[in-house]
Design a protein around this ligand. Structure first.
Ligand SMILES: *[C@@H]1O[C@H](CO)[C@@H](O)[C@H](O)[C@H]1NC(C)=O
Ligand SMILES: *[C@@H]1O[C@H](CO)[C@@H](O)[C@H](O)[C@H]1NC(C)=O
Ligand SMILES: *[C@@H]1O[C@H](CO)[C@@H](O)[C@H](O)[C@H]1NC(C)=O
Ligand SMILES: *[C@@H]1O[C@H](CO)[C@@H](O)[C@H](O)[C@H]1NC(C)=O
Ligand SMILES: *[C@@H]1O[C@H](CO)[C@@H](O)[C@H](O)[C@H]1NC(C)=O
Length: 486
């Protein structure tokens, strides 16, 4: 071989290697408390044109735990709750607790692995509900550019901890001026900035507070959805006949009064109005990326679903019903066909392992409970992902110890009542296969209560179908629960 030709090959080889950075950029877009089966997803036209029309909409996106902090810690690690992540929204429940900080966050998040893989990382927005309170403020490891909200979702009057690898940490306080302080816009502005500044390959997260309470829309969006009402599904304000077949907490609930219904409708409207900002941000972000010729893998999802009067639950999440455990789940990116609607189960715990495959770090999937969908979304056969029949759903009830309920005494007719109790603690197996579309849930309460729904036959989960199961079927689900809880 003549030397010049050899040199050519050497150059070609090293250039290619130096850009082992054909690896895609990654953009995670995360909303807070966004329902998918109760309509919010249908009012986002830019999400449709930029993401759904160009990618895969998963029709069966679930979370392992239908509440913020546990779900968020599962997204960060790909782990089930019983493998060391948060089990409620308090520090004592490992939401930014000691075990999280000292054993999980510094070793097992996708951010840590992204740095190992040579990605440039940035985070803007809500992190974990108990993050950043008190004196021990710090920037979580693994982030080059950090812009994290202290505490839970809110729109005005909050603090941001800003910093990142090699940077000083600063705390900024924000007030009530729309132009300077509206949190969704501030996070969007920060994201636009890092998209200009971060070298490739990058991993960027935008985690909006929207549409979480207090449901504060931007002034330009306020009242644009006036008159819309929360959907009156078949389980809305369900009758006593059905409520009596459910576990202890649901048996305590009164019917939805007219005044509660009116309040819930207003909040339903406000939530959609907060999502108008999110949709506008998606338009601007995707247009910017198009202009730059960048085609990252984009994952759009939420930390849990929501309810608006279903099964007499006025307005919250935390429960095993479909409206709470189902979430929006859209993926677009290089090699991913669109528009497609695909039906296998996908879940929040699959996000971290998928990122590992995208970043070329498959060994880091060790210890994760989720399954990567990176091959599947690019149209390749993936038996592990496609043949998954079920998902573990787990929840630890939160409550005030004085009465065992979220409020003491319980407020029976108030929208702000978070209907929860200590014994609303359950593990379910959510099966979704050609021969079985169901959920089997065992409560950790004094009755070891079981709710079972044959969702194919009983999609609104009205009657409890447990009595229709024979002994063999009961044992089958019990066995599977034990297996999943290992
Ligand atoms: C976001 O950036 C735009 C354009 O620079 C600016 O007009 C707006 O006031 C900013 N919003 C916030 C909350 O910082
Ligand atoms: C609630 O509203 C319905 C429909 O508007 C009405 O028929 C009913 O009388 C109201 N109930 C009460 C207690 O006001
Ligand atoms: C809910 O159902 C009860 C009857 O169980 C009824 O009195 C009440 O008006 C209903 N609430 C709404 C908002 O429709
Ligand atoms: C969260 O979990 C911890 C530990 O199990 C428990 O002590 C605490 O009371 C829980 N918080 C709530 C609000 O239930
Ligand atoms: C659930 O908890 C409440 C409050 O602690 C208690 O009164 C009730 O008996 C419990 N029910 C079951 C079935 O465990």
């Amino acid at each position: 071989m003549v030397p010049s030709l050899l040199l050519f090959f050497l150059l070609a080889y090293t250039t290619h290697n130096a850009s082992a950075d054909d690896r895609p950029n990654i953009l995670l877009l995360l909303t807070d408390d966004q329902d998918v089966v109760l309509g919010s997803f249908d009012h986002m036209p830019h999400l449709k044109t930029h993401l759904q029309d160009k990618g895969v909409t998963f029709e069966n996106g679930f979370v392992h735990t239908p509440i913020c902090c546990p779900s968020r810690s599962q997204i960060l690690t790909g782990r089930y709750t019983h493998h060391g992540v948060a089990h409620n929204n308090s520090r004592s429940g490992n939401c930014y607790g000691d075990e999280w900080i000292h054993q999980i966050e510094n070793q097992h998040t996708y951010a840590i692995h992204a740095k190992e893989a040579g990605y440039h990382t940035a985070y803007a927005g809500k992190y974990l509900n108990a993050y950043g309170y008190g004196d021990d403020k710090k920037v979580p490891p693994g982030w080059d550019r950090w812009f994290g909200l202290v505490g839970n979702s809110i729109y005005y009057d909050y603090s941001i901890i800003e910093g990142g690898i090699g940077k000083n940490m600063m705390v900024q306080h924000h007030g009530k001026d729309y132009a300077k302080d509206y949190l969704p816009d501030l996070l969007f502005n920060q994201t636009m900035k890092v998209l200009d500044e971060l070298p490739e390959p990058w991993l960027v997260v935008l985690s909006w507070p929207s549409p979480h309470g207090p449901f504060t829309p931007a002034p330009w969006a306020k009242d644009t959805m006036a008159g819309i009402k929360a959907p009156r599904t078949e389980s809305y304000n369900a009758s006593s006949e059905y409520q009596e077949q459910k576990h202890w907490l649901l048996r305590q609930l009164n019917p939805i009064s007219n005044s509660t219904a009116a309040e819930v409708d207003t909040y339903y409207q406000r939530r959609l109005e907060t999502l108008k900002s999110v949709d506008d941000h998606i338009d601007k972000i995707m247009s910017k990326l198009d202009d730059k010729g960048q085609d990252p893998v984009v994952v759009y999802t939420s930390d849990n679903g929501f309810q608006f009067g279903q099964h007499r639950l006025a307005m919250d999440k935390r429960h095993l019903y479909e409206n709470d455990i189902r979430v929006p789940f859209v993926v677009r990116g290089p090699g991913i066909p669109g528009p497609r609607k695909w039906s296998p189960i996908v879940s929040n715990i699959d996000i971290a392992p998928t990122f590992m495959d995208i970043m070329g770090l498959p060994e880091a999937k060790e210890g994760m409970d989720g399954i990567s969908f990176w091959d599947y979304v690019r149209g390749k056969t993936d038996h592990e992902f496609q043949n998954r029949r079920d998902l573990l759903i787990s929840y630890h009830g939160e409550a005030d110890p004085h009465c065992g309920m979220a409020d003491c005494p319980p407020v029976y007719d108030g929208v702000w009542w978070m209907p929860d109790s200590f014994n609303n603690t359950y593990n379910c197996v959510r099966t979704l296969a050609v021969d079985d579309d169901s959920i089997y849930c065992r409560f950790e309460d004094d009755q070891s209560f079981v709710e079972f729904y044959d969702i194919a036959q009983n999609p609104h989960q009205l009657a409890n179908d447990y009595p229709t199961l024979n002994q063999v079927e009961r044992q089958k689900y019990e066995y599977r629960l034990k297996e999943l809880l290992k």
